[in-house]
Structure formats: structure tokens, C-alpha cells
Write a protein that binds this ligand. Structure first.
Ligand SMILES: [Zn+2]
Ligand SMILES: [Zn+2]
Length: 293
């Protein structure tokens, strides 16, 4: 996990984040994702300065290992001087060696966040779910950590004031907020009450606005007036639809026009006939989609 440097904002990794959510559903299935309806509780990973450093780190690691249902995995947590924030050795297991940057000795409240990311690496390693490049794998890891209920810790580790800033993980704060919001919408959860960092809360609010926008794209009935108007126009001029549009038209084998768009929950591509009101169900995440095609 990276450490330091200026904090990047915005959503430069959004496509990879969305691909990571789709890949997670494909690998885990709807049923397994549903078993992660409860997030890591703040009390379970709390770490006060009077706690023994090593025993405390092992305790927090055990909690996160339990959260990811890795019963036989054992994390051996050590501290050393290093440029990265944390690192895990992905071996055959069941023992995994995690190194944390020495600075966590005095920043204990962020140890849960660092371990959440490293345990997610172990989880993905065991699932054999990977993306082609190291950079994409880190995005996948942060996205999965957050979508499955441990990543709010990473966002909460983001703090900024006039003279300093700190952030853990590879997603920007707004991207963490986005994935967290998608999780919140799925499980009707309100993670905002757990934040200790005001900047994390702000990023969550921005992420939620973006997540809601996914549900407001035509042909979904949640689309706003302007979107519906544009859609109606595009439907009449199919050849002129911009490649950046959130939907695409194409005829099926019988010549009937169909529209394809991303599922607002899992971003799997959905195709439905163009024939007015249509109710579709995403085959991957089972979200019921009310469309006006
Ligand atoms: Zn990593
Ligand atoms: Zn879906």
C-alpha cells in the first residue's frame, strides 16, 4: 500500500472501479456478496494508545480476517521502516506476513485501515481474482475492501488540514466515497456515522451524489427530464448516438431495436427491447430495473 505524496482528488479510476465491482459479482455471485451485509464495526477495530502494539495489531488483524471469512488464515503483523505504508506476502498460507510502516506505531488508529487493505489482498489471492496490472490490482483491492464492508476505514484515514494531509490506499477520497455509497445503497447502510474525519465525510457525500447519478441514467425511469429528452431524441436518430452516451442502440437478430446500458448496481451490461415501459432484472446482481425505453 502506498504512502505519502499529495492527495489526488476526483475520479480518475472510475472505469476500473466499476469493472472491479462487476468482476467481484462475477467471482462471488449475488448470494456471497449478500453475506457481507454487515460492515466491520468501529468497536471491533478500535485501537487505543494504551493497548499493547503487537497484541493490538494481531487482534485487529483477526477481526478483519474474520470479516472476510478466512477462518484458517493467520496474519503475522510486524513493523519496520519502509517507504510503503504496508505490505503483505502472498504465499500459499495459512500464515501471511504483513509489514506495517513504523509510523503506525504512533498512528495506531489507522492500523485497521492498513490491515483491511492487506487482508483484502489475501482474500483476492485466495479467490484468484486479479486484474492485469499492479496498478489495476490495487484499485481492485481497494474497491473490494470497500464494497465488502471494511473500506470505510481507509476513507476515514483520509485527513487534511492547512499544513498536512494523509491518505491510505489507491482510490481517491471521492472514489472511496463512491464505492462506499454504492454499498450503502445496496444494503441500506449509513456509514457516515462512523467517520471521525470531516474530510472523509465530505468525500462520501460527493461519492453518494455520483452513485445516485448511476441510478438516474436513461433508459432507467429514475432519469431526469433532460436525460429522458435526450434519450427520446437519440432513439429517433440511432445512428447519431454519441459513443459517450450511457446507452447504445442495436437491432437484435429479428430486427427489433434494443438498447444496452450499464446496470446501476454492478455495471454489467444489460440489453432490453425498445418498447416503452420494460422491467428488467440484472442477471448478475439481481437488481430490478424499471426502464422507459
Ligand atoms: Zn495493496
Ligand atoms: Zn447488476
Amino acid at each position: 500500500m502506498a504512502n505519502g505524496g499529495p492527495v489526488q482528488h476526483g475520479c480518475p479510476h472510475l472505469e476500473t472501479v466499476r469493472a472491479a465491482i462487476t468482476a467481484l459479482y462475477k467471482r462471488l455471485s449475488y448470494d456471497t456478496v449478500q453475506t457481507f451485509s454487515t460492515s466491520v464495526a468501529p468497536a471491533d477495530v478500535a485501537f487505543c494508545d494504551t493497548d499493547d502494539l503487537h497484541l493490538g495489531a494481531q487482534r485487529v488483524a483477526r477481526e478483519i480476517v474474520r470479516h472476510f471469512r478466512l477462518p484458517d488464515a493467520r496474519l503475522i503483523v510486524g513493523f519496520r521502516e519502509m517507504t510503503h505504508a504496508a505490505n503483505v506476502e502472498l504465499a500459499a498460507g495459512p500464515e501471511y506476513f504483513v509489514e506495517l510502516n513504523d509510523r503506525f506505531r504512533t498512528h495506531r488508529r489507522d492500523i485497521g485501515a492498513a490491515l483491511a487493505h492487506e487482508v483484502a489482498h489475501v482474500y483476492l489471492h485466495r479467490l484468484d481474482l486479479t486484474f492485469p496490472t499492479t496498478a489495476e490490482n490495487e484499485i481492485l483491492t481497494d474497491t473490494v475492501t470497500t464494497y465488502l464492508g471494511a473500506g470505510w476505514l481507509l476513507l476515514d484515514a483520509f485527513r487534511e488540514d492547512a499544513v498536512s494531509s494523509q491518505k491510505l490506499g489507491y482510490l481517491t477520497p471521492e472514489e472511496f466515497g463512491y464505492v462506499l455509497a454504492k454499498r450503502a445503497l445496496l444494503f441500506h447502510e449509513d456509514p457516515s456515522v462512523w467517520f471521525t474525519s470531516p474530510q472523509a465525510y465530505d468525500a462520501y457525500v460527493k461519492g453518494m451524489a455520483l452513485a445516485r447519478r448511476d441510478e438516474q441514467q436513461p433508459p432507467l425511469t429514475g432519469a431526469g427530464w433532460a436525460g429522458r429528452r435526450r434519450y427520446a431524441h437519440d432513439r429517433r436518430h440511432v445512428a447519431g448516438v454519441q459513443p459517450t452516451a450511457p446507452y447504445a442502440f442495436s437491432p437484435d437478430t429479428a430486427g427489433q431495436l434494443r438498447v444496452s446500458f450499464s446496470c446501476p448496481t454492478c455495471h454489467q451490461r444489460i440489453r432490453v427491447p425498445v418498447k416503452g415501459r420494460v422491467r428488467a432484472r440484472c442477471g448478475l446482481c439481481r437488481t430490478v430495473l424499471e426502464c422507459d425505453t
